[in-house]
Design a protein around this ligand. Structure first.
Ligand SMILES: C[S@@+](CC[C@H](N)C(=O)[O-])C[C@H]1O[C@@H](n2cnc3c(N)ncnc32)[C@H](O)[C@@H]1O
Length: 249
């Protein structure tokens, strides 16, 4: 069990993402220029996981500056696109969609008011327990609504965050639940959590979702970019991302 609560994680990660916003945007201009689901550069235009959302109300969870939300809003002008994030510094960089400062555990929207929700590496890696958050997402979704979540593939947790050979040696337990960092004075400054494949499947089931598709995007032959631990070397050998496609019962 993790000893970091959801509120402790939120406070630490809010500070982290406010502080990191500038660096994050400088480091990943291409990824942040459109709607990409993952560092494998699978675009929504190509994948059509959300598809045509004209006249729908769509929610992005952990939207950051909202490159995905903005792309949807400009591609489907009749859609209402809302993004939530805990970091003002990230949200402030977004435009073209409705940004709300909010935690995934307390979404400031009415019950059954959203047609489709999604997340591209937002919020879920930074919360200790999936089920309370997925139940809150279920609350705002209409019956039959889509929920699509892209996150780090759980098997990546066992390898060091290194793009080279060092990143190919399994050295952490798959079952270890949290990675945390502290400031010199002991304040929690960053918290990320491992959710195993069985955690995810159980959490969807316990939150009223039917999981019907799981995508593990392959590293494209022509993608030579290295992004932190993400690299062609590792991408050729094992998946970096998993995308869960579920429907609210
Ligand atoms: C890796 S960024 C991804 C942002 C965006 N999807 C993108 O691709 O740029 C993760 C985002 O999740 C947000 N986040 C972390 N914990 C959250 C929570 N509990 N509720 C909502 N957002 C959260 C962070 O503030 C950050 O903006």
């Amino acid at each position: 069990m993790s000893h970091t609560s959801a509120d402790q994680a939120r406070l630490a990660n809010q500070r982290w993402w406010n502080f990191d916003a500038e660096q994050y945007h400088q480091a990943h201009p291409e990824y942040l220029s459109s709607f990409y689901w993952c560092p494998e550069m699978l675009s929504e235009q190509q994948a059509q996981l959300i598809g045509d959302c004209s006249n729908q109300r769509v929610l992005e969870i952990g939207c950051g500056s909202g490159p995905c939300a903005s792309w949807l809003a400009s591609t489907y002008p009749s859609a209402t696109v809302i993004g939530i994030d805990i970091a003002k510094g990230m949200l402030a960089r977004g435009e073209g969609f409705q940004g709300l400062l909010a935690d995934v555990h307390r979404i400031p929207l009415a019950d059954h008011s959203i047609d489709c929700a999604f997340s591209a590496f937002g919020a879920f890696p930074f919360i200790p327990q999936l089920t309370p958050a997925l139940r809150e997402v279920a609350r705002v979704l209409k019956p039959g609504a889509k929920l699509i979540i892209a996150v780090n593939h759980p098997m990546r947790w066992v390898f060091p965050d290194h793009p080279g050979e060092q990143g190919l040696i399994a050295s952490h337990s798959y079952f270890e639940q949290a990675y945390v960092e502290h400031d010199a004075d002991g304040t929690l400054s960053y918290a990320e959590f491992q959710h195993t494949m069985s955690d995810w499947i159980q959490a969807f089931d316990h939150s009223g979702f039917r999981l019907h598709r799981l995508i593990e995007p392959e590293w494209p032959e022509d993608l030579h970019t290295t992004w932190g631990q993400w690299s062609p070397l590792r991408g050729k050998l094992f998946p970096g991302t998993v995308i869960f496609c579920a429907t609210k019962d």
